[in-house]
Design a protein around this ligand. Structure first.
Ligand code: PEP
Ligand code: MN
Length: 346
């Protein structure tokens, strides 16, 4: 059950409601938003008597039953899509959003050149890793603070929003100071300490699907962030591990509409990590737009063969520009469909 308290309820009124819920044998979790307090009640058994009792309490605005284990992120809790506003663009809104940039920030020239190419081709968000999760401890681990500074500079000079990965709960505040969106990598999708600390971050979060995670596990991880106070979460399908080895990962493309059915959170597709091969990225990007992803995130590099990480899957800046042109008719169809599906269009 999710119980929304009336605006400006007092501490005592909230406690009375919490006690009533506990009396029915449920565990409670309070979320203090800017304007109102929402209480999640979790437990087993028929919730009807408890719901009836709560609805009679004057300080309760409404109480709803949510059968899914992920509560706040479920469509049952909220039918309208979550729109995440960052630096003049909206993810989950009326426009398809392209995010692009290098896997890792390597130098000022590299990130500035990348940012200018993203902005001039119509991208809205610049990606670039400053803290890199690498399989080998001997591989490049990222420029860390220097990388964050360069990203911010590139974002400021082009007007692009910046997304970058945060790998540890200790770095959330630091990364949030420099970036507009916090990326949680596939390897950290179930780093619960990190997820909890993101609940307190004042930045939107993009949560990538774990290498071997189910869609339900992805939603449960998103629930951690929202339950701890941050509603601005988007989900990213970046391919999962299967027996197939031709591609780096297997893109579970149907996860995009599946997630759109299950949650109100925006859905992003990452064709670069899903394929691991530059030649396959344009086709999968077109598919991502066609299937209704709210955004796509791509790796690009001024000189992919010299990239310090993920060069094989990075598009050249020229190929990125061509792809952006090729996407135009797909984006037009995307908009028509979005408009047809939006409640105001009925
Ligand atoms: C990345 O975006 O560069 C990255 C490491 O992605 P993932 O966590 O999906 O592997
Ligand atoms: Mn990468």
């Amino acid at each position: 059950m999710i119980i929304s308290m009336k605006l400006r309820s007092s501490k005592q009124e909230i406690e009375e409601v919490c006690q009533r819920i506990r009396d029915f044998g449920y565990k409670i979790h309070e979320i203090h938003g800017e304007e109102r307090v929402v209480i999640a009640a979790v437990g087993v058994g028929d919730v009807t008597p408890c719901l009836d009792a709560l609805e009679m309490m004057p300080q309760v605005d409404n109480a709803v039953r949510i059968s899914a284990p992920y509560k706040f992120v479920s469509k049952e809790f909220r039918k309208e899509k979550t729109r995440i506003r960052v630096k003049g663009c909206e993810i989950g809104g009326d426009d398809f959003i392209m995010m692009a940039g290098p896997c890792s920030v390597e130098s000022e020239t590299q990130i500035m050149e990348s940012a200018e190419a993203v902005a001039s081709a119509g991208g809205k968000v610049l990606r670039g890793g400053a803290f890199k999760p690498r399989t080998s401890p001997y591989d490049f681990q990222g420029l860390e603070l220097e990388g964050l500074k360069l990203l911010r500079k590139a974002g400021e000079s082009t007007g692009l929003a910046v997304i970058t990965e945060v790998m540890s709960d200790r770095d959330v505040e630091l990364v949030a100071e420099y970036a507009d969106i916090l990326q949680i990598g596939a390897r950290n999708m179930q780093n619960f300490a990190l997820l909890k600390s993101l609940g307190k971050a004042n930045r939107p979060v993009m949560l990538k699907r774990g290498l071997s995670s189910t869609i339900k596990e992805l939603l449960m991880s998103a629930e951690y962030v929202v339950a701890h106070g941050n509603n601005d979460v988007m989900l990213c399908e970046r391919g999962i591990r299967t027996f197939e080895t031709i591609t780096r990962n297997t893109c579970d493309i149907v996860a995009v509409p599946v997630l759109q059915e299950m949650t109100h959170l925006p859905v992003v597709l990452d064709p670069s990590h899903a394929t691991g091969k530059r030649s396959l990225v344009p086709a999968l990007t077109r598919a991502g737009v066609a299937i209704g992803a709210d955004a796509v995130i791509l790796e690009t590099h001024p000189c992919p063969e010299k990239a310090w990480s993920d060069g094989a899957q990075s598009l050249t800046l020229g190929a990125f520009k061509t792809l952006m042109k090729e996407l135009r008719p797909y984006i037009e169809l995307w908009k028509e469909r979005r408009y047809a599906e939006s409640p105001v269009a009925v």
